[in-house]
Design a protein around this ligand. Structure first.
Ligand code: NAD
Ligand code: GLY
Length: 370
């Protein structure tokens, strides 16, 4: 009989670049999980100083059934290390180990490791296969899926990168057992995101099951990861390279990226900034006349219950709103210096809109520390 924790699969449909997302318990240790990948003599596990000691040996043991050599490179941990310098550690490991263009990279970690390993895979010898093995909730529900890879620049988040799809994504729910509480909350921000932009039934389910999610009940986590991946797969399947629709997945991110860059990467977690950014984006949607205030309150209450901040930090002593605006102009969705926000265009619907600076200033003043 199929239980909630038997491996479940979501497929991301991108023609020749299609791939499966496996979701279940005990997947890392099972050599079967790794069968059927492109043939290669070597694999390189990319991980970090926190996740490596927890899971790298186990992954290495499982992969040895498929590769003659399984190398491992351990990066420093943290958003502050999502840089060119750290990326080079991956290239160093590939070259020092004589890795050829068939070598398969395995990104074992959260979104930071996944984004960097993916970018390295996209560029090493002009492209080698890679597999995402996300170990944070955020990475399982969002960053490991859809092929966005890259690194930060001090002036803007994720400013260099490539669209490059993995061969598969393996979400081992057991890995979430060791995740710190604060990181679990950060991941919940990206789970919550899918409700207001795409699925109000899912939003209601999250409201009902938030305590179970925070208590890491396996069935609740399995459903949250699966439904999130289904929604993301549906969006990416229609708009892989963000010609339009895919931008809705950035709900809350324009404000959020300003918070991350403004405070310095790593001060607020990405998910924390997105949680607060969603409240700001909902408030903007309300002030644009798109949703009623009850929906803003509903989202604010849920974000708060998830253990996330709902008030933005002060980013400048003088003209705080001006500082937010300046940082938001660096956003990749901006066009000709005009910021474009993902707004709620009714319950469960999102749209990309410009907004007058004066209105955005009002939102920032109302939603951040004064
Ligand atoms: P992260 O990668 O920094 O991981 C969070 C922390 O948890 C780190 O300290 C990590 O070492 C630790 N950790 C990871 N797994 C663990 C485990 N199982 N047990 C114990 N500790 C564990 O952060 P994140 O929230 O996973 O990802 C955020 C990053 O993802 C940001 O850089 C963001 O820009 C990026 N992102 C990318 C996309 C995309 O589509 N590519 C989407 C969303 C976010
Ligand atoms: N996390 C936004 C995207 O994948 O497009």
């Amino acid at each position: 009989m199929q239980t909630a924790l038997s491996a479940q699969h979501v497929r991301i449909d991108l023609g020749v670049r299609s791939y499966p997302i496996a979701i279940g318990a005990g997947l890392i240790d099972n050599p079967q999980t790794w069968a059927g990948l492109p043939p290669a003599s070597a694999a390189l596990i990319v991980t970090n100083t926190t996740v490596g000691p927890l899971y790298a040996q186990r992954l290495q043991a499982a992969l040895q059934a498929h590769y003659q050599a399984v190398h491992c490179v351990t990066l420093p941990d943290g958003e502050a290390y999502k840089t060119w310098q750290t990326l080079h550690l991956i290239f160093d490991a590939l070259l020092q180990n004589g890795c050829d263009r068939k070598t398969v990279l395995f990104a074992l970690g959260g979104g930071v490791v996944g984004d960097m390993a993916g970018y390295a895979a996209a560029s090493y010898m002009r492209g080698v296969p890679f597999v995402q093995v996300p170990t944070t909730l955020l990475a399982q529900v969002d960053s490991s899926v859809g092929g966005k890879t890259g690194i930060n620049h001090p002036l803007g988040k994720n400013m260099m990168g490539a669209f490059y799809q993995p061969e598969r994504v393996v979400c081992d729910l057991d890995a979430l057992k060791t995740l710190p509480e604060r990181e679990l909350s950060a991941g919940l921000a990206e789970v919550i995101k899918y409700g207001p932009i795409a699925d109000m039934v899912f939003l209601h389910w999250i409201e009902e099951n938030l305590d179970a999610l925070r208590a890491r009940e396996p069935e609740a986590l399995a459903h949250a990861v699966k439904r999130s991946c289904e929604i993301k797969a549906g969006v990416v399947g229609q708009d892989e390279r963000e010609g339009g629709l895919r931008a809705i997945l950035n709900f809350g991110h324009t404000f959020g990226h300003a918070i991350e860059a403004g405070l310095g990467y790593g001060q607020w977690l990405h998910g924390e900034a997105v949680g607060c950014g969603m409240v700001m984006a909902a408030e903007l949607s309300h002030r644009l006349g798109l949703i009623d205030t009850a929906l803003v309150q509903r989202l604010r209450a849920l974000v708060q219950r998830a253990g996330l901040p709902v008030t933005g930090p002060r980013l400048a002593e003088q003209d705080n709103a001006g500082r937010y605006l300046a940082l938001m102009r660096v956003d990749k969705k901006a066009e000709g210096g005009e910021i474009r926000f993902v707004v709620m265009d009714g319950p469960g619907q999102a749209a990309l809109r410009a907004a007058p600076d004066a209105l955005v200033r009002e939102v920032i003043d109302a939603c951040s520390v004064q």
